[in-house]
Design a protein around this ligand. Structure first.
Ligand SMILES: [Zn+2]
Ligand SMILES: [Zn+2]
Length: 218
């Protein structure tokens, strides 16, 4: 199992990174990205600290741990700059908190994320065909999520991705250990999203591509 969107208590998750990683390892994960909520106030606080622990945990717990960030509620005009800043600080997986229908995310966030150089546009809600096409063109993966609230539009996101040729990834957006993935959750999420096991294999390959790119980054 691979999960490229999770939260520790560096933002609103309940676990310290070491416990989150170890819990994931016990569940059978092969790779986890730590992507706490960030904006220009805390990118430089979170990323170097996650980086410091990620390498150690990877080595000692034998699981790939990638330091990342979830760019959250940054004004759409500044998202590209935020992605560059996070990369410079060493974020290996950059997620943007997309226009979920469960919240009031600033309109234009999906579009800016698709043009930003981020790896993943998380929970993009009722994403337009135009934005899904931009995501495809710029190699930004759209997210299918198990997270309650955000998961309401999975079916729409999956259909849009297919229609526009955009790539999908499956993440949990875990905030607590109960949110982590298992076989039952995967089966359920595929079925409610109108996806098949072949789609799961493809989402896995897309995640593996992000991991490959991430591990090449300094
Ligand atoms: Zn989010
Ligand atoms: Zn999140």
């Amino acid at each position: 199992m691979i999960d490229l969107h999770t939260h520790s208590f560096f933002s609103d998750g309940v676990l310290i990174p070491s416990e989150l990683v170890y819990r994931a390892k016990v569940k059978g994960y092969s790779c986890l990205a730590l992507t706490d909520h960030g904006d220009f106030s805390n990118f430089d606080f979170i990323i170097p600290r996650i980086r410091r622990v990620a390498a150690e945990l990877s080595k000692n717990y034998n699981i790939i741990v990638l330091p990342g960030i979830e760019i959250t509620y940054v004004p759409p005009k500044l998202i590209k700059k935020a992605v560059a800043r996070c990369r410079a600080l060493g974020a290996k997986v950059v997620v943007v908190h997309g226009e979920t229908t469960a919240e009031t995310v600033p309109p234009g966030t999906n579009r800016s994320a698709a043009l930003s150089g981020a790896d993943i546009l998380a929970h993009p809600g009722l994403i337009s065909a135009q934005d899904a096409l931009l995501a495809k063109k710029n190699n930004v993966c759209l997210e299918i999520t198990t997270r309650r609230g955000h998961n309401k539009t999975n079916k729409h996101v999956a259909a849009r991705a297919k229609e526009c040729g955009a790539k999908l990834v499956l993440n949990t957006d875990s905030h607590s250990p109960d949110d982590l993935l298992d076989a039952g959750k995967i089966k359920k999420i595929l079925s409610v999203s109108g996806l098949k096991s072949a789609d799961f294999s493809e989402m896995r390959r897309n995640s593996e591509n992000i991991i490959r790119k991430a591990t090449r980054r300094k």
